[in-house]
Design a protein around this ligand. Sequence first.
Ligand SMILES: [Zn+2]
Length: 272
Amino acid sequence: MLLQIAKDITHRTAQKVDLADAHCHLDLISDTKIIHDAIEAGVSTIITDGINIATNRKALKLADWKHIFPALGMDPETALAIKEHDLEKEISETEELIRANANNIVAIGEIGLDYMKAWEEKKIARQKTVFGRMLDLALELNLPVSVHSRNSMNDVIEILHKKGLKKVQLHYFEGDSDQAKKAVELGYMISIPPALTTKRKVVIKYTDISNLMAESDSPVVGKSPKEVDISVQMVANIKEIPFDRAAEALTLNTKRFFNIHPKPQGPGSIRS
Ligand SMILES: [Zn+2]
């Protein structure tokens, strides 16, 4: 009886389950109420990724928030958007910014290859140059990487493996179960966005939960970091486990992967 009451109380107080959003772009969310609401709803850890110098700077500013942890990078879209003769300058400046802030960030990201945006040899080569440089930097600074891939999973896995990256988050994983298996063998993490496809359902089913993370990829996919709960619910449903258990495992995975330590207490949810 006593045990039952204790359990009920735990249940009530645990109503707000601790959630972690392993990948999003808060620089694109101008209404800070959305971020406050997500934190209020229990998303205690939010990884926000920059894609170019301007968004990297915004991500760094957001680190003032107690619950927000920035990742800095140069993504494939940026690699294509920069004029050829400005590319080296852009890469060097990004590297400089990342090195100068290495102690204030949790990963190099967003980086990767996107063959939907670049199918010509020249454009692919350019993306590979940027991706390679960002991976070298991650190795130099001993930081995890948050990797985007679209229609490029085999190349992405091969490059990561060849370069010897160990801490890899395959964000918005869109590969099939064979690619997921290969990634897991290499110790990589499969990151699940709030969007269910038949392929992703199979990947979730056959990937051990210890190799999964949950992300909102907001505001690109989810509307807010809060929608990481949709990704968690998907994992819970497919694995046929309670939501709380899925949340606990996925949150722990994300905190471990990004080596998250609580920031010093500050007023409310903002540190300064
Ligand atoms: Zn992203």
